[in-house]
Write a protein that binds this ligand. Structure first.
Ligand SMILES: Cc1ncc(COP(=O)(O)O)c(C=O)c1O
Length: 389
């Protein structure tokens, strides 16, 4: 006998997956034996630093690391984060202002359940990382979209948020350096966000997952501006910084009450992260400056390979100062981003993602990820530049 298991209507409130058609095309081309170059997914492809792996191996025989971790992370891990934050951003943090996360995605997706009531508004950027929306939906809150436009440097216009929306909002998600646009926030913008959050009693969650992947000036943290710690937190991840996507290790830091609320929620959902990972992460945060530089140099060279490689086409391809992506305007007059990406896939066997898959505000753009070797990126740009538009 079969049971009719219920599927929560929360899942049906998520937007449809817009890359399905695109993926079908790709699978068909792969089956035909085409050599596909995938600039679609932002999954760091290089080995994590040796220093990290050595630290990991050396702690494995410590019997204590195999037990449950405190949900907020060990004192040693949080002290390591505090030292790093002080060195990198000049921001002093106490351990109680820091909480471990099992990768930043879960923290971002869980936060609305800990910080909102059903019907509250959550302000999310578009284009934006999908868990901002799904987290709000799962908490029965209402996502309200802030469009990110090129002419504003991809910073949301907080003054354009209607008064009645701002009054019902509980969370403001920010993400700089931004995925997918590569936008970087100024300190003035963060100051604006602090006064907006103060005025309407909103918790700011500043997702800074790409903060260490910069190619010129180091980006700021939201927590650097005066008053930020009163109104919010910033979220950091080891994933992109040290090519550690599979390790699932990140942290949230800032306002002690928000951190404690998130911790107490998370204590009911997860049991922290393997303490061996925390120890190794603490070691690389302390001594990993050279490794960070090596990783940045690698991505900078890949960025330049893509941008320079397409220069002969006369297209306007921006050279972002940070992040893992090139977000560029569709250069062919009147062509949709889906048709543009489709033609590149069919005629050059290169995957770039159409902006329309990132929401309405992103039509007219395409995204290329820099997570494959420089030689392949060069080849992708060369193939694209030969297409007859
Ligand atoms: C903007 C942004 N934030 C957070 C994450 C999540 O990273 P992780 O869960 O690996 O820490 C990603 C991953 O792609 C991202 O693009």
């Amino acid at each position: 006998m079969f049971m009719d298991h219920h599927r929560s209507s929360r899942l049906d409130r998520l937007p449809p997956y817009l890359f399905a058609e695109f993926e079908k095309k790709r699978t068909a081309l792969e089956k035909e034996g085409h050599d596909i170059i995938n600039l679609g997914i932002g999954d760091p492809d290089t080995d994590p630093p040796k220093l990290l792996l050595d630290a990991m191996v050396s702690v494995l025989h410590d019997p204590l690391v195999h037990q449950y971790s405190p949900s907020q992370g060990t004192e040693e891990f949080r002290s390591g984060v505090a030292d790093f934050f002080q060195r990198r951003y000049g921001v002093a943090l106490e351990n109680r202002e820091i909480c471990l996360a099992v990768g930043s995605k879960e923290l971002i997706a869980h936060a609305p359940m800990a910080l909102t009531e059903p019907g509250d508004i959550v302000l999310i950027p578009e284009p934006g990382y999908p868990p901002y929306r799904s987290g709000a939906v799962f908490a029965l809150a209402e996502p309200w979209v802030m469009k990110l436009r090129a002419d504003r440097g991809f910073l949301p216009d907080l003054d354009a948020i209607p008064e009645e929306v701002a009054r019902k909002a509980r969370i403001l998600y920010l993400n700089y350096p931004n995925n997918p646009t590569g936008g970087v926030a100024t300190l003035d913008f963060y100051r604006e966000a602090v006064s907006f959050a103060r005025k309407y009693d909103i918790t700011v969650i500043s997702d800074e997952a790409y903060a260490e992947l910069y190619y010129e000036e180091p980006p700021h943290s939201f927590l650097e501006v005066e008053g930020a710690k009163e109104v919010g937190v910033s979220v950091h991840s080891m994933t992109k910084t040290f090519s550690m996507a599979g390790w699932r290790i990140a942290w949230v830091c800032g306002n002690a009450d928000v951190v404690e609320t998130l911790r107490s929620f998370k204590a009911n959902c997860d049991s922290g992260q393997f303490m061996g990972f925390q120890k190794a992460t603490t070691a690389i945060l302390k001594d990993g400056a050279e490794e960070m530089k090596r990783i940045r140099d690698m991505y900078r060279a890949r960025r330049d390979a893509f941008v320079d490689g397409l220069q002969s086409t006369g297209w306007n391809i921006p050279r972002p100062n940070a992040g893992l992506y090139i977000w560029f305007p569709v250069p062919v007059e009147g062509m949709s981003s889906m048709d543009f990406a489709g033609k590149i896939l069919e005629e050059a066997s290169v995957i770039v993602l159409p902006g329309s898959g990132f929401g309405e505000a992103a039509e007219g753009f395409a995204r290329a990820a820099l997570t494959i070797p420089e030689g392949r990126i060069r080849e992708a740009a060369e193939r694209i530049s030969k297409i007859n538009w």
